[in-house]
Design a protein around this ligand. Structure first.
Ligand code: NDP
Length: 334
């Protein structure tokens, strides 16, 4: 199998030298093990955090080991009755074209006719659940409210806008990093307003897009976007702090909001969260989302890069905004 490993810890933007591609051969299948050929491998912003040697909510990657993360694949050999050959499975074995491991590390997924298997890595999986948890459990969105989503054209962001609307938001506003993404937000994803944050001062752009203020902020970006939201919040506004990608690859101290006093004068609540503490919401999410999905109420986009050997490029391209919706690596035929 071809696997991608971390060999040194990046400072600032990761470079190809931080990684290596290795060929690993699997031994004979042991009782209880399965062998899986991956179809899609996920590249996600949180992986940048795990490349650091710092304590966080997930352990750092160990140098010289394969980068772990979400992937879906098919079982090609099995010595475990409950994970048979042909089953579609989700796992966390990460950046590899194939994997052999104990059957308990794989979750068998339902087959959804007419839908690519990759949806389990985003809209029906981790990023969809993140959007749902942030809106319902953290921001406690109420019908009739105005929602602002940063990083709106990404995997989590595209889910947030749609779920907010389905939960009764009155007005949904998004920001993203290109004119094409902005058009997609107001067209395909039904946003009431959207702006390209590269077009000017985010505070001014948001004030124009949200003349009546915002009640809920779903933040994927941090920094200038958080500052803009602080200025736009109505009384009692709530922010779900999901990510702060504007600072993930910077070596300088990222710019922070200079207007936190609004927290006091407007009675605001900001609450950070990591999905790991909210997996118990998954059954509720799956029930709601599979219903919306079956009714054709949910759209999604994927940006697919071919070949496991291109995973590092896909990861870096995602960090730079090269993706619309979920960035995925499609694993080629063996
Ligand atoms: P995305 O699909 O949104 O991809 C990342 C996007 O970030 C890029 O496409 C780019 O879009 C944008 N971006 C990069 N740099 C900047 C910048 N300086 N300012 C503004 N936008 C920038 O990734 P995900 O949907 O997987 O993740 C989105 C966020 O959610 C991340 O912050 C991630 O860490 C967080 N997250 C948190 C979880 C949790 O449990 N709390 C779980 C999952 C994700 P553009 O072209 O618009 O710049």
């Amino acid at each position: 199998t071809t696997q991608i490993q971390l060999v040194s810890r990046p400072t600032g933007w990761p470079t190809p030298e931080n990684f290596r591609t290795v060929e690993v051969s699997c031994g004979d299948l042991q009782p209880g093990e399965v062998r899986v050929r991956n179809e899609f491998v996920s590249v996600d912003p949180y992986m940048r955090g795990r490349m650091r040697d710092a304590r966080s909510y997930v352990a750092p990657y160990e140098l010289g080991t394969t980068i772990g993360g979400g992937a879906v694949g098919r079982v090609v050999e099995s010595a475990a009755a409950d994970v048979p050959v042909g089953a579609l499975v989700l796992h966390q074995h990460g950046w590899t074209d194939a994997v052999q491991a104990d059957a308990s590390t794989f979750r068998v997924l339902p087959e959804l006719p007419g839908v690519p298997d990759s949806v389990h890595l985003h809209i029906l999986g981790m990023t969809g659940l993140t959007a749902y948890v942030g809106l319902t459990r953290i921001a406690e969105l109420q019908p009739g409210e105005t929602v602002f989503v940063s990083g709106a054209a990404g995997a989590v962001g595209t889910a947030v806008g749609q779920i907010a609307r389905l939960l009764g938001a009155k007005r949904v506003i998004g920001s993203a990093g290109s004119a094409e993404k902005v058009e997609l937000l107001t067209g395909k994803y039904g946003y009431d307003a959207a702006f390209n944050y590269k077009d000017g001062d985010v505070r001014e752009l948001l004030a124009k897009a949200a003349p009546e203020g915002i009640d809920v902020f779903f933040d994927n970006v941090g920094g200038d976007h958080l500052e803009a939201a602080m200025a736009a919040f109505n009384d009692g506004g709530r922010g779900a702090l999901c990510g702060a990608i504007s600072g993930y690859n910077t070596t300088e101290k990222p710019a922070g909001p200079d207007n936190m006093a609004n927290m006091i004068t407007r009675g605001l609540t900001l609450k950070g969260f990591t999905l790991a503490s909210y997996f118990h919401v998954a059954p509720e999410f799956q029930e709601k989302m599979s219903g919306w999905f079956a009714e054709g109420k949910i759209s999604y986009d994927e940006t697919v890069v071919d070949g496991i050997e291109n995973t590092v490029d896909a990861f870096l391209d995602m960090m730079r905004g090269g993706n619309i919706g979920k960035m995925l690596v499609r694993v080629g035929e063996p």
